[in-house]
Design a protein around this ligand. Structure first.
Ligand code: HEM
Length: 154
């Protein structure tokens, strides 16, 4: 499905704004993931052994930033080409790392919900339904590409 210039801009502009505070964004994103699915905790090496979210943990930040950034890149590709294009090796790597860590399809819904709520809270009054739809579509396409790779490998 094609993506409009406006949808791309909604995702890009909100990411530009949100990335000014990565520590806050990544903590909030992970606390929402754990709120929605407490069991997800055991999948993340950096969360396993502690009762609270580690502040400023580089791995926690890295996963949060990657999910947001790659969703944003997915939006750009959707507008340009009408489909998600992630470099071949990256997609293969993404498929195998998630398979290896025990991630399954329903987890992608959890992360989607957490991502949308994080954007909603960060954007405050600027949040609207169009912005939500744009992030949701960009994420869904990216998640579908990763899941397809996981299924191909499993
Ligand atoms: C690792 C991206 C969804 C759990 C990774 C890595 C990337 C990535 C790039 C490798 C990190 C590295 O080697 O530095 C993404 C993207 C997602 C997504 C773009 C969605 C579109 C998920 C979901 C889960 C998940 C749904 C499960 C709730 C993990 C785990 C690791 C990982 C457990 C290993 C992290 C560690 O313990 O160090 N992800 N991910 N990811 N991802 Fe995801």
């Amino acid at each position: 499905m094609g993506f409009t210039d406006k949808q791309e801009a909604l995702v890009k502009d909100s990411w530009e704004f949100m990335k000014q505070d990565i520590p806050q964004l990544s903590l909030r994103f992970f606390s929402l993931i754990l709120e929605i699915a407490p069991a997800a905790k055991n999948m993340f090496s950096f969360l396993k052994d502690s009762d609270e979210l580690p502040q400023n943990n580089p791995k926690l930040k890295a996963h949060a930033v990657k999910v947001f950034k790659m969703t944003c890149e997915s939006a750009i590709q959707l507008r340009k080409k009408g489909e998600v294009v992630v470099g071949e090796t990256t997609l293969k790597y993404l498929g195998s790392i998630h398979l290896q860590k025990g991630v399954a399809d329903p987890h992608f819904e959890v992360v989607k919900e957490a991502l949308l709520r994080t954007v909603e809270e960060a954007m405050g009054k600027k949040w609207n339904n169009e912005m939500k739809e744009a992030w949701a579509e960009a994420y869904d396409q990216l998640a579908a590409a990763i899941k397809a790779e996981m299924h191909a490998e499993a």
